[in-house]
Design a protein around this ligand. Structure first.
Ligand code: DAT
Ligand code: MG
Length: 149
């Protein structure tokens, strides 16, 4: 089954949105595989956002991501990568649909609350970057038969 990497950014943590955000992925029907509350080193932040290294916002993005603790998570389920991106909403919260996390809780691209992997390859790389293999918990929720036919 598919897995994705999600991280509640420092603004989401400071604004006490952790429970609300986790609730959305749980009630949708996805399964939590790993979770840790942590400070992010500049090294990790730069590796995570390496594709944006040449962009003008890179330095402020790294400053922001390392400015306070984040909640790093792995979630599992059929189609979870694309579905999580839908639940998260567009990069600029002003363009995110109401009902999405960014659409409901944000107003600024540089404070858009949560990260989600954008494709299978990035999900695989980001999970490996943020988590050790033994931190990923393999389990099958008892309700699985009520979520999948
Ligand atoms: P997403 O987080 O939706 O995958 P992205 O990968 O294009 O978006 O960019 C990563 C993060 O960088 C994004 O969540 C916020 C920041 N960012 C992107 N574009 C920006 C911009 N034009 N100005 C400021 N920050 C930006
Ligand atoms: Mg991205």
């Amino acid at each position: 089954m598919e897995r994705t990497f999600l991280a509640i950014k420092p603004d989401g943590v400071q604004r006490k949105l952790v429970g609300e955000i986790i609730r959305r992925f749980e009630t949708k029907g996805f399964t939590l595989v790993a979770l840790k509350f942590m400070n992010v080193s500049r090294e990790l932040a730069q590796a995570h956002y390496d594709v944006h290294r040449e962009r003008p916002f890179f330095a402020s993005l790294i400053d922001f991501i390392t400015s306070g603790p984040v909640v790093a998570m792995v979630w599992e389920g059929d189609g979870v990568i694309a579905s999580a991106r839908k639940l998260i909403g567009a990069t600029n919260p002003l363009n995110s649909e109401p009902g999405t996390i960014r659409g409901d809780f944000g107003v600024n691209t540089g404070r858009n609350i949560i990260h989600g992997s954008d494709a299978p390859e990035t999900a695989k790389n980001e999970i490996a970057l943020w988590f050790k293999e033994e931190e990923l918990v393999n389990w099958a929720p008892e309700i699985k038969g009520w979520l999948y036919e």
